[in-house]
Write a protein that binds this ligand. Sequence first.
Ligand SMILES: Cc1ncc(COP(=O)(O)O)c(C=O)c1O
Length: 385
Amino acid sequence: METGKPKPIQLFAPFYRTEEVLSEIRECLEKGWTGFGFKTLAFEEAWKEYSGFPHAHFVASCTAGLHMAVAILKERHGWADDDEIVSTPLTFVSTNHSILYNRMRPVFADIDRHLCLDPGSVSERIGPRTRAVMFVGHGGSSGELGKVESLCREKGLALILDAAHMAGTRLGGIHAGIGADAAVFSFHSVKNLPTADGGMLCMREGDDDRSARRMSWLGIDKDTYSRMGAQGTYKWLYGVNEVGWKYHGNSVTAAIGLVSLRYLDHDNAYRRQVARWYQELLGATPSVETVPVPDGCESSRHLYQILSDARDQLMVYLNAHGVYPGVHYAPNTDYPMYSYGRGTCPEAERQSARLVSLPLHLGVSRRDAARVVEVVRNFGGKRNG
Ligand SMILES: Cc1ncc(COP(=O)(O)O)c(C=O)c1O
């Protein structure tokens, strides 16, 4: 029945090429191989080939990958409990939880106009116990990643990249994050390369990649006995020298990923098109500001964000007109485990209260973008008028 209400425009809408995905998954089911190995290895190879990262390990989620990245670097470099990692408060809590999981301490630095860590603020927060910087490519932007990487090299710090939003982001023509000690991607359903759930952990060093493979499977070292030349009868034997987790990905989700990866550049190009529509249609709308993408960065455009001084009212107004935006993110210093950092990052706190993420997914048409912008503009006019 026609209700007269316009079609709701949602922030995110997962999209899968169902028939292609089903045929990849069918292979797993018919072979009886749904766990790791088989499609997980094929997906890791395809990702390395696509991105240029030297190592890649498919894991259950970006959160799991971040937990392991910090753990592996902590172990290798001999970092102590309570040593510090400089991080951003403007992120999903996984970023900072991964530091706490490892009994280390996030020290918050402020953000710049790209909503990523400001290199100047990072530099100020480096102290005698700083061991690493955790950089988040907010919304798919590289921000000032290059400057932060140089700072890390100069100060002897590790660089960990939370690349949850960055699948397909290029910087100077190559995939962003290649120089990081660890880069971790999210393949959650609403991300640019969906596998239903999953992530890719790209350690720069081969030894760290081997550690990741052991640690994501409870610390089991399959190589121990094959190295000793054990034959058929003893193949069930394996060594366990570390306490790992059950964090590896599986062949069914990797099968979905193999299909999503084939279309990643195509899909990201569409996302950039939607962002351009927003940009053009918003033009000079005095009531809102937009977030610039740095020169040389081809963003994956996971998000398109605007900033408004009347954010909460704008969100209510958009909802009333069938548009459902989001907010990325409340500052993590609002939460009790990070509240010691409250007030230390004034720009992150100020911008967080102004942020709105407009709907951005493969189902947003030019017409939808025009409708969203019309509502934003009408809200501005209503306030000014
Ligand atoms: C910035 C950021 N980091 C980490 C994550 C965690 O990703 P996952 O859901 O794959 O664990 C997300 C997910 O939303 C995110 O946005």
